[in-house]
Ligand binder design. Structure first.
Ligand code: ADP
Ligand code: MG
Length: 153
């Protein structure tokens, strides 16, 4: 189905979900990461990047807005719009240039980009609850559905 929901009991589960995405993503792909501070958006991204072969740390790009990681098959841009005062900052910072057909894009706090943030193929909405986290994964495009089906099969 185009909506999947799963419980992530601990940090390892969040990292593991990221690693499952790593096996099935290919460009162009845009993933929105929604959820409160501390929900696990960056943790998910770290699980994904480590599974792709990134060895170093994954810092939250809160201050520089975007971190780019280069792999053999594609570049991955990890955005964090948390500090945006207005959606126009997306254009001011020239971020549209990074949204190309050969990149994979993850965006934390996409709603702060308003209409200027690129539309998602997949939204991950992470909620904090007594069982750890619940993540709802929503595919919005054919690419998103194809990708999500492989990840959750
Ligand atoms: P965000 O980027 O959404 O602000 P972070 O990934 O930086 O959140 O931080 C998430 C915090 O929650 C980390 O301390 C991490 O260890 C913890 N965490 C991640 N996933 C889970 C989970 N499924 N259950 C409980 N704690 C988690
Ligand atoms: Mg974060």
């Amino acid at each position: 189905s185009h909506i999947q929901e799963t419980v992530l009991a601990d940090e390892n589960d969040t990292l593991h979900l990221g690693s499952r995405f790593a096996q099935h993503i290919s460009p162009p792909l845009i993933i929105w990461l929604e959820g409160d501070l501390g929900a696990g958006k960056t943790t998910f991204t770290r699980g994904l990047l480590n599974a792709l072969g990134h060895q170093g740390a994954v810092k939250s790009p809160t201050y520089n807005i975007v971190e780019t990681y280069s792999f053999n098959q594609f570049d991955l841009h990890h955005f964090d719009l948390y500090r945006f005062q207005s959606p126009e900052e997306w254009l001011d910072a020239g971020l549209d240039e990074l949204i190309t057909s050969d990149s994979v894009v993850l965006i934390e706090w996409p709603q702060l980009g308003g209409d200027l943030a690129p539309p998602a193929d997949i939204i991950l909405n992470i909620r904090i609850n007594e069982n750890g986290r619940t993540v709802r994964m929503i595919a919005l495009t054919a690419t998103g559905k194809h990708t999500l089906n492989k990840i959750t099969e």
